[in-house]
Design a protein. Structure first.
Length: 289
């Protein structure tokens, strides 16, 4: 491990996924602005050693590999879970596989959560705009979603929930409101909930309310331009002990891991808070195995 990639710097949100499975219209959006290195990115999705070299150059020790099934909108099936688990085998201390269970396509939610645990999945991802239901849809009849949350709560498996908008074709952005997490946090008080993206770019006030109200909710910063972070969350320090770093790389608009990290580290925040967000809090949330 290089000196720059010392333990503690965790990017909890990078999209290393089987992009070959993307629906053509989704791939077209993902490709925008990446035309000159698109083939390289596709190859990266099957080359963990290349990713590790990027992490070393970027001063990042570990990354969360975001994966979740969304067969009808994105093109990802349940096989994305096996993909993440296999990819992470190259460096289990540095590559944290995330996966998912789609509540609209499962008849055995508990069994599928157990399968994630068997595979070594470290976090379950729910993406309401891409999976086409609100995060509290179990209160409206989607009982399999509540069963997923319950089993994750029982087994100590964190749940990462996308909040905010999406630019991909067919995404239902209305399902990205952070307020839906109020029900989830109340109904599953021992569930570790990670709020991805902080409701950006529309619902940051809602997100901050949920974070202040519920101690079992964390904020993950991916997809928020670092230079605008304190504009979006001017009182970030009030919840600083429950914030973790993430970039969303290489999604549209996120060009470089190191550039994002450097921009965050340049913000007028106490060094102790920056260390907590990038190192200590994610290390406590996802301890080494």
């Amino acid at each position: 491990m290089s000196a720059d990639a010392r333990p503690g710097v965790t990017d909890a949100h990078v999209h290393i996924q089987p992009w070959r499975d993307l629906k053509p219209s989704v791939a077209d959006v993902m490709r925008r602005g990446k035309e000159d290195h698109w083939e390289w990115l596709l190859a990266l999705m099957d080359d963990p050693q290349a990713l590790l070299e990027i992490l070393d150059r970027s001063g990042i020790w570990r990354v969360g590999l975001i994966n979740y099934p969304s067969p009808d909108l994105m093109g990802f099936t349940d096989s994305t879970n096996e993909f993440a688990a296999r990819y992470a085998e190259a460096a289990p201390d540095r590559l944290l596989p995330f996966g998912g269970v789609h509540p609209r396509f499962t008849s055995d939610p508990e069994g599928q959560v157990e399968e994630l645990l068997r595979l070594g999945i470290r976090c379950l991802k729910i993406h309401p705009p891409h999976q086409l239901f609100p995060a509290n849809a179990y209160t409206m009849g989607l009982e399999t979603l509540g069963r997923i949350y319950r089993r994750c709560e029982e087994r100590g498996l964190p749940v990462l929930i996308h909040t905010g908008t999406s630019i991909f074709p067919g995404a239902r952005c209305k399902y990205g409101r952070p307020m839906e997490l109020d029900d989830v946090a109340l109904d599953f008080p021992d569930l570790t909930i990670i709020m991805a993206h902080g409701g950006r770019p529309l619902w940051m006030d809602e997100a901050f309310f949920i974070l202040r109200r519920h101690r079992n909710v964390r904020l993950e910063l991916s997809g928020i331009p670092p230079r605008r972070l304190l504009e979006y969350f001017p009182r970030l320090a009030e919840i600083g002990d429950r914030v973790i770093w993430g970039t969303d790389w290489p999604s549209p608009g996120v060009r470089d891991l190191r550039e994002n990290l450097d921009q965050f580290l340049a913000l007028p925040l106490p060094d102790e808070l920056k260390d907590a967000i990038t190192r200590h809090t994610p290390l406590a949330l996802f301890p080494p195995r």
